[in-house]
Design a protein around this ligand. Structure first.
Ligand SMILES: [Zn+2]
Length: 74
């Protein structure tokens, strides 16, 4: 895997890492651990969804600035 680490480039997780975070977020929305650096991740406010659609939150790691979108629904 090749990753660019230039400033300004959004850092993303691999599919596997992202699904692990989404799973953890769906179970308990606190104490999310970043699989990249082991730092604490925080869920931001909903960025999408609403109504009959489960809201989507941006889960972000303060330490390495990686983020992933996750739904709070099942
Ligand atoms: Zn991190």
């Amino acid at each position: 895997m090749s990753e660019k680490d230039e400033s300004g480039t959004p850092i993303t997780f691999s599919k596997e890492e992202a699904s692990r975070i989404r799973e953890a977020f769906a179970k308990h929305s606190e104490h999310l651990i970043c699989p990249r650096c082991g730092g604490a991740m925080k869920a931001g406010g909903p960025v999408a969804g609403g109504g009959s659609i489960a809201p989507v939150h941006e889960i972000r790691c303060d330490a390495c600035a990686a983020s992933v979108l996750a739904s709070a629904g099942r």
